[in-house]
Design a binder for this molecule. Structure first.
Ligand code: 3EB
Length: 341
């Protein structure tokens, strides 16, 4: 299994398509893949207006179809996409589950469906979720929409009998231009090792000032599967403890974010048994940029730390705290000498 990001002119790649994520202007054929997530946000770099990230499997994949969900799986894992439109609540609807706000109910419905689906497959462990929603920083019903999402997600975890602290998946929650709540996910047969960042309070322990129901995600997921080890980094930003730092200075936000990513990688290496450590240069990155005008600064600062050949896509999108201008996530994988038992 490997993943690669290809630009507008992708070279032929070998492997079976497990899942696919596209960024930028929607292409006619992108809907053709049954397990594809479209991120409706302007692609800032690489140039060309469209990029695709493909998750390829060495072994054949099978399709999994359920109402509201499309996915593909191989022997080790399942990649799926769930899209839930936000609909106003019927005035006579029962108020006991799912909350009052459309996004909160959409998040609840998405995670209820996700865990219900996982429980019907061998892939009961959620490794990583990518959450995209429009107007993430906008306030409606007196609550910021990201917080509405957090409330619904947390209730979905609880209903699915999943832990909302500690043993939680890696994730990101990002604002896009339009569309339904879109959740892509990777799930596996075996639990991951959740990784936290010693420089930050765990997100699931954030104080109430960031919302009454804290987000349920780990800073990274360390996963083992036949002969490979993966490190999936959550969206990472310029946060120390629980506080945003370097407000208004995007260059320093990038440096602080890199320090956080390095701290998570160090922590993951500490938790691993294999001698060969993960290194910053092993990762492919996705960078979310709030203001397109910041792209040059962000690329320059990152360029000082990343290898020239490293795969990085830059996406014009909103970050879930309105005082953050940049967020970075990544993934790396490597072969291990012996397949884990
Ligand atoms: C942070 O560290 C920045 O709600 O799933 C990063 C990764 C963030 C995931 C999520 C939010 C999420 O709190 C925001």
């Amino acid at each position: 299994m490997h993943s690669g990001v290809s630009g507008p002119d992708p070279r032929p790649e070998s492997g079976h398509l497990l899942g696919c994520v596209s960024f930028g202007s929607e292409r006619e054929d992108s809907a053709a893949s049954p397990a594809s997530q479209h991120v409706d946000a302007h692609l800032l770099y690489p140039a060309g207006g469209f990029a695709e990230e493909r998750w390829l499997s060495r072994t054949p994949v099978s399709a999994l179809q359920a109402p509201g969900l499309r996915g593909h799986y191989n022997d080790d894992l399942l990649f799926g996409v769930i899209e839930v439109p936000e609909v106003p609540e019927a005035h006579d609807a029962p108020r006991d589950v799912g909350g009052a706000q459309p996004l909160e109910r959409a998040a609840f419905a998405a995670y209820r469906l996700l865990f219900k689906t996982l429980d019907a497959t061998p892939f009961t462990h959620l490794w990583r979720a990518w959450n995209y929603m429009p107007d993430i920083n906008q306030e409606t019903h007196g609550v910021e929409r990201y917080r509405q999402f957090n409330a619904g997600r947390r209730q979905g975890f609880a209903l699915g009998a999943r832990s909302v602290t500690g043993n939680v998946p890696a994730a990101c929650a990002i604002g896009v231009r339009r569309g339904p709540l879109s959740v892509a996910f990777l799930a596996g047969r075996h639990p991951t090792v959740p990784v936290e960042n010693p420089r930050q309070i765990s997100a699931f322990h954030y104080p109430e000032q960031y919302g009454l129901q804290p987000p349920s995600f780990a800073r990274a997921s360390l996963a083992s599967l036949s002969g490979q080890e993966w490190l999936l980094l959550s969206g990472t930003a310029s946060i120390i403890g629980h506080q945003t730092v370097h407000v208004g200075d995007v260059g320093r936000q990038v440096l602080e974010t890199l320090a956080n990513i390095q701290a998570v990688i160090d922590e993951a290496n500490r938790l691993r048994s294999d001698e060969r450590d993960f290194h910053l240069h092993d990762f492919q990155f996705r960078v979310y940029v709030r203001h397109a005008r910041d792209l040059a600064v962000i690329r320059t600062v990152l360029g000082g730390w990343l290898a020239p050949a490293q795969s990085v896509v830059f996406i014009h999108a909103d970050i879930c705290r309105s005082d953050l201008d940049v967020e970075i996530e990544g993934a790396a994988w490597r072969s291990v000498a012996k397949a884990p038992a």
